[in-house]
Write a protein that binds this ligand. Structure first.
Ligand code: FAD
Ligand code: NAI
Length: 496
């Protein structure tokens, strides 16, 4: 028999077995306690998504006063900032994810979680229709549920600008499956280049890795790829490793437009030292199976052969978001995303709150913004929950007719306090990016100004900052173990 008590994130367990009694301490994650059942008298709060915005919201929400339903095609949270490391095996995919049920099982009141894609939101009838899009389907595939409150955090999809061939031939870098696909395809290119009697021209094509988009995603991927070449490929594929070339194509005059000038120069010079070709003022116009067609800085059109093409040109709204905007054309007229007010209320809709990449706000589409919005929104809902509770208590106190005036006054004060909600305020903690060869760049808001730093110290800061923001102790343990593993044994080059 086993008895467990939670103390914050730690669980004390007493196990009684045939051979004796044992006392041990574990992490609470593995031993969730009992939960209150859902209560039909409470309002239904539907959350769409399991990314940065939705997860931060769920983590900080007091579920006591709501019946929460989470709908997302991905049944886990993904720590995107370290995703580029998965593409070459610096980190293993599962080190960066946290199952949504691990998060919801630790809430006070039970939360329903459905692995499904929301297909439609009706802001007038206040319903969401969702569908199981996985391979295995049961007897019900599509369901419509009503909501009292909707938290909409479905993120964005990859921007292709409608350029032909992108979705067919390029790899994106947004989801865990994308990183896995890149790792597989990269190793396939290298193995094929090392194949017997391969022509020299074909080796050059297969060993040419092209990255389109010089934003942080493209830059970080190019940096990781360079590390893989230097640390591992040279050892295990000596016959072809020297033929590997990395080209980063960017339409603007420089990479990383959101970083300070000094860090842009530092990144470009580090890339030059690392023999990563950066083609700025170069725009990809067409994507073919084995080459990209670009218009270069001199406005000339040329074709660049590639083995692997990674497409990282930013975000665009998902179809469900565009569909939702079309339902409220008067209020939702910004192409970039959903319009919200300072309290994250969707303009033109009742009780719909939107956050993260799917919104069109003054903030950049980053994890930092989405998670702060999630935290803020949870506080709004926690106050809403407390308000209903105090209103119930006040009505009950008044109904008895015997309550002391001081008790009534105290409840009224509490009610007034929780009724006050402040607008969302974003606090920028700085921008970080890994650029390869154990160097990172950091733009940090310090001493009432901005401190820009690039190099080894910024790399150590980057690592410690991300390890400390990983979701759980489990994630931190796995990520640190992966880093140690790679230091000791190198990256795994198997195409498993
Ligand atoms: P997401 O995190 O994308 O979550 C959206 C969720 O909605 C997902 O769970 C998805 O499965 C779900 N969903 C999709 N469609 C539906 C549907 N129809 N119905 C229901 N659910 C749906 N930002 C930083 O601040 N720092 C970084 O270092 C950083 N690094 C990054 C590295 C990479 C490689 C990438 C791709 C992004 C990075 N970002 C970084 C940006 C950051 O990941 C995003 O800004 C953040 O994920 C936005 O959070 P979100 O909740 O809006 O969307
Ligand atoms: P991005 O939008 O930041 O950059 C895309 C780049 O692609 C742009 O510079 C654009 O000029 C270029 N581009 C577009 N079309 C092109 C074409 N046809 N040919 C050549 N270049 C083209 O996109 P990214 O990097 O995916 O980032 C998305 C969001 O996620 C951003 O807000 C970013 O800040 C955030 N993010 C932050 C990271 C960090 O802080 N370390 C890491 C990764 C993403």
């Amino acid at each position: 028999r086993r008895f467990a008590t939670n103390f914050g994130r730690v669980t004390l367990v007493v196990a009684i077995t045939a051979t004796g009694a044992f006392l041990y301490v574990t992490q609470s994650e593995a031993h969730p306690g009992t939960q209150l059942e859902q209560d039909p008298t409470k309002p239904t709060l539907v959350v769409l998504g399991s990314g940065w915005g939705a997860t931060s919201f769920l983590k900080n929400l007091d579920t006591d006063e709501f019946n929460v339903v989470v709908i997302s095609p991905r049944n886990y949270f993904l720590f995107t900032p370290l995703l580029p490391s998965v593409t070459v095996g610096t980190l293993e995919a599962r080190s960066l994810i946290q199952p949504t049920r691990f998060i919801t099982r630790h809430k006070k009141r039970a939360v329903q979680v459905y692995e499904a894609e929301a297909q439609d939101v009706d802001p007038i009838k206040k319903t969401v229709t969702f569908q199981d899009i996985s391979e295995i389907k049961g007897t019900t595939a599509s369901v419509t549920v009503p909501y009292d409150y909707l938290v909409y955090a479905v993120g964005c999809e990859n921007q292709t600008f409608g350029i032909k061939g992108v979705t067919e031939y390029a790899c994106f870098l947004k989801e865990l499956t994308d990183a896995d696909k890149i790792r597989q395809k990269l190793m396939d290119c290298i193995e094929t280049a090392a194949f017997k009697d391969q022509s020299q021209e074909e080796i050059d094509r297969l060993m040419h890795m092209v990255v389109v988009g010089g934003g942080p995603t493209g830059v970080e991927y190019a940096g990781e790829l360079h590390d893989f070449l230097i640390d591992d490929l040279k050892k295990w594929y000596p016959e072809v490793a020297d033929r590997l070339r990395i080209t980063l194509i960017e339409a603007l005059p420089n990479v990383l437009p959101a970083f300070s000038k000094q860090l842009i120069q530092y990144t470009e010079s580090t890339f030059r030292e690392n023999k990563i070709d950066v083609l700025t003022r170069t725009m990809v116009k067409d994507v073919k199976e084995q080459s990209v067609v670009v218009q270069d800085a001199n406005k000339e059109i040329r074709e660049i052969p590639y083995g692997l093409l990674v497409w990282a040109t930013g975000n665009t709204s998902r179809p469900i978001t565009r569909n939702l905007m079309n339902k409220l054309p008067g209020a939702q007229n910004v192409r970039r995303g959903l319009v919200v007010d300072d309290y994250l209320n969707m303009t033109g809709a009742d009780q719909v709150y939107c956050l993260g990449d799917c919104t069109a706000t003054q903030y950049a589409p980053t994890a930092q913004v989405a998670s702060q919005q999630g935290q803020y929104l949870a506080q709004v809902f926690n106050k809403l929950g407390q308000k209903s509770k105090f209103e119930r208590d006040l009505a009950a106190a008044r109904a008895t007719g015997t309550a002391e005036p001081a008790e009534i006054e105290s409840l009224v004060k509490k009610l007034n306090r929780v009724a006050k909600v402040n607008p969302f305020h974003y606090s920028h903690q700085g921008s970080l990016a890994y650029i390869g060869s154990e160097k990172a760049i950091a733009d940090l808001p310090l001493f009432n100004g901005n401190v820009a730093s690039g190099g080894g110290a910024a790399y150590l800061f980057w690592r410690s900052a991300y390890v400390s923001t990983l979701y759980s102790i489990r994630n931190r343990t796995l990520v640190m173990a992966d880093w140690i593993k790679v230091k000791l044994f190198g990256r795994d080059v198997s195409r498993a």
